[in-house]
Design a protein around this ligand. Sequence first.
Ligand code: CTP
Ligand code: MN
Ligand code: MN
Length: 483
Amino acid sequence: MVPLKRRKVTTEQTASHDEACKYPDVAIVIVERKMGASRKSFLTRLGRSKGFLIQESYSSSTTHVVSENNTGDEVDIWIKKQKDTEGKASAHSVNLLDISWLTESMASGNPVPIQDRHRLKTSPKPFETTPAVKMKSYACQRRTPLKHHNSFLTDALEILAQNAEFSENEGRSVAFRRSASVLKALPHVVRSMGDLKDLPCLGEHSLRVIKEILEDGTSSEVESTRQSEQFQAMKALTDVFGVGVRTADRWFREGLRSPLDLIPTGQKLNHAQQAGVKYYNDLNTPVTKKEAMVISDIVEKAVKAVLPGAIITLTGGFRRGKELGHDVDFLITHPEEGAEERLMPKIVNWLDNQGLLLYQKTTRNSYLESKDGPARPASNMDRFERCFSIFKLEQLESDTHTETSSYNSGRAAGTEERHAGSTWRAVRVDLVVSPYSQFAFATLGWTGSKLFERELRRWAGQEKGMSLSSHALYDSKQSSCLL
Ligand code: CTP
Ligand code: MN
Ligand code: MN
């Protein structure tokens, strides 16, 4: 029912009986239908004389609609007509009451609490219960809360998105991710297809999946994907750090199904993949916010030791407020432009000397060598100096979890069998260094999510004629960089 919050009372309504009105929060309208004009005016005068705010006509400030011998549905229709004549379509719900509520209130001298017997019954309206939501079409134009109401649908759509990624069908994958993102932005649970009316980005395939879940509780396509040998193998293999979709697909076609198969079949593994296999369990155990904070302190110490005055920002999922992540991302800069050059090897050396690194691969920046300018990277990858690493994180006594609360529960594959009560664990850490002049763009670009970044760039390009990267915002019309 209606939240009875204080509503604005118009001057027209208060003018004649301002002083007499004792209950300004209760704005009553008496329906003349089936009652007649004379009884309505009698009750209006009586009510006002007892200090009730009785309005001449229905308006957006009305809180109580009182009628005699009408059903709830009849009063509903009456209200709709009043709204139409008022030119207002706003969904504003009010208490629909029988006249007995008003007579009892007048008798007791104040608005009596509404009881069930006072309320007029209305029949349920399936498609009107959830007001239509106006939703912008680019994900970057709307709020996408981490905790939302429709995980039962978005988890399913994201399985299909991931499966599309496994077959390198990017368009299809993005379409499913966009659909999921729209559902995440809804302020309510989706209960029927009617709730999806007028929403953007919901393609025919996604709608079919959603419909099936709403009707049957599950989608056969999602379930068969989830159960399929190929999907499970691709997931297990790409969960190895350093293994992309192409390698996993090749291994799958060669008959491999899990990281455990990599060693006996003597697969050639690069350094990243070797570390990925070795620390498989740890790297597939979610990083907690607490662990991210400990790593943050370590990185801060390392960076400040080699470049005093440097600024360290936590980016990625933890900057977005996530409680868990698959890694911890940092962006590092220094207010003095140029002071950050060749910083990464120094940080890595410091960390290595402390015995904190299990693996690292540093890539030099390439924006200085670029002829096209920083705004137009050759690929989606930016050109910053970066380091993809695995930290050896000493754990607090209370945090040592030897059981694997892994993302991939049930599949323990790591070759590094740590003994019970081990005091450390492996954690993926990404470090990126940006010049101060590009720091804002880099922060934006490394905060994610991946879909948000993609949509923001699409919006900049298609709607604003600009090109956004982690380095700059480039205005195509003015042929200039907005640094
Ligand atoms: N990113 C990037 N280039 C890469 C990798 C990542 O620009 N080669 C950016 C992306 O914008 C991405 C962000 O860094 O959104 C963080 O990436 P990632 O750590 O993969 O994802 P998170 O959103 O942090 O999710 P998780 O919590 O699982 O780590
Ligand atoms: Mn991350
Ligand atoms: Mn990352």
